[in-house]
Design a protein around this ligand. Structure first.
Ligand code: NAD
Length: 342
């Protein structure tokens, strides 16, 4: 069942408080959706928006990625600026902070249009560092647009990264973690629920990015922990299948042991069972750990495990495993052995 919930983790955005939208108002404000970044995730998310009946126009700097949408009769725009001029809402799904900055602030970027027609809402679902999310949010609310729009009509910005990989993007079962104005979050819920199963409100600008980085930090460390324990156990004579069965009904149980086991031959249907193909690339995990380490440094919080995890994933990438699923840490860092397939 699709649902949503409101968790306030920290600062609420007072600057927008008091502005709310009636449901009729909201529907008319969500008609035209622009989507930028049609890669592994974005192409599937945009497809789900189309299936839900939104009028979608798209842009990607890679012509091949855009072509699949041209072939389906979808309006493809040449620049982010053209997307802005055609949309009520713009969603971006890009690799990293620099790409997002470029799409928003670059020449022909989203915020550079001189047209009076502007989106009222920008949603960035990329995994990027919270500082960049906050910077863009400030630019959106304070950019040149304000000369064209009165104060009441300043656009909103939501950072809304997702949990769930390509399969969840395809199935429309992503989880969105959303930072920014709560009113805008509530108004945009039908968009989130067209692409995902859950959306969780996290508080003010940048808090969605904070939540995403913390989730992936915990996931990286738990994957490393399970891999290390299984490799040690194997080398001391207990099979990974036996150890995993024990973990999964004991205190070591976690997602990395019971749902996404890193040992080839222990579970079917996970990346470890197909030579670590598909899944969540080690290079994306290394990127997320870089953001987590920089954010922890910024906050002056001890983060020894973040640093270790960061080193391990960069080493994996430097040794040629950057495209393999991050659970390959078991085989390629610890030298763990495959189990015989059952
Ligand atoms: P991807 O590399 O497959 O797709 C990114 C797309 O953005 C590409 O088509 C690229 O051409 C386009 N692009 C890059 N710069 C652009 C620009 N300046 N203008 C227009 N288009 C541009 O990446 P992905 O796997 O879809 O991931 C996107 C984001 O989602 C990343 O931040 C990633 O960390 C996050 N994420 C990915 C997964 C996953 O499993 N792949 C899961 C959760 C979150």
């Amino acid at each position: 069942m699709r649902n949503s919930s409101v968790f306030k983790l920290s600062q609420s955005q007072s600057q927008y408080q008091g502005r709310s939208f009636s449901s009729l108002d909201v529907q008319s404000r969500l008609k035209n959706v622009g989507f930028i970044g049609l890669g592994n995730m974005g192409s599937r998310m945009a497809t789900n928006l189309l299936k839900s009946g939104f009028r979608v126009s798209v842009h990607d700097m890679n012509g091949v990625a855009a072509k699949q949408f041209v072939d389906r009769g979808v309006l493809v725009k040449e620049t982010p600026m053209e997307i802005a001029e055609a949309s009520d809402v713009v969603i971006t799904m890009l690799p990293s902070s620099t790409h997002v900055m470029d799409v928003y602030m670059g020449p022909n970027g989203l915020l550079h249009s001189s047209s009076a027609l502007q989106p009222w809402l920008f949603i960035d679902s990329s995994t990027i560092d919270p500082l960049t999310s906050r910077k863009i949010s400030l630019s959106v609310s304070g950019c040149a647009l304000k000369e064209k729009l009165d104060c009441q009509e300043k656009p909103f910005m939501l950072d809304a990264p997702v949990s769930g990989g390509i399969l969840a993007a395809e199935a429309g079962s992503l989880t969105f973690m959303v930072g920014g104005s709560e009113e805008a979050y509530l108004a945009a819920e039908s968009l989130f629920l067209s692409m995902g199963r859950d959306s969780i409100y996290c508080g003010g600008a940048g808090n969605g990015s904070v939540a995403k980085i913390c989730n992936n930090l915990a996931m990286a460390i738990s994957m490393i922990g399970v891999s290390e324990a299984l490799a040690v156990g194997q080398s001391l004579g207990v099979t990974a299948s036996t150890l995993s069965r024990i973990f999964n009904c004991s205190t070591a149980r976690c997602w990395s042991s019971d749902t996404y086991n890193p040992v080839p031959g222990v579970m079917d249907g996970v990346p470890s069972s197909r030579d670590y193909q598909g899944g969540f690339a080690s290079k994306l995990m290394a990127k997320d750990l870089d953001i987590a380490a920089a954010s922890a440094n910024e906050a002056a919080i001890k983060h020894p495990l973040t640093c270790q995890a960061q080193d391990i994933f960069h080493k994996l990438c430097n040794e040629g495993n950057e495209a393999k699923d991050f659970s390959c840490v078991f085989r390629h860092y610890y030298g763990g052995k495959d189990e015989q397939f059952h």
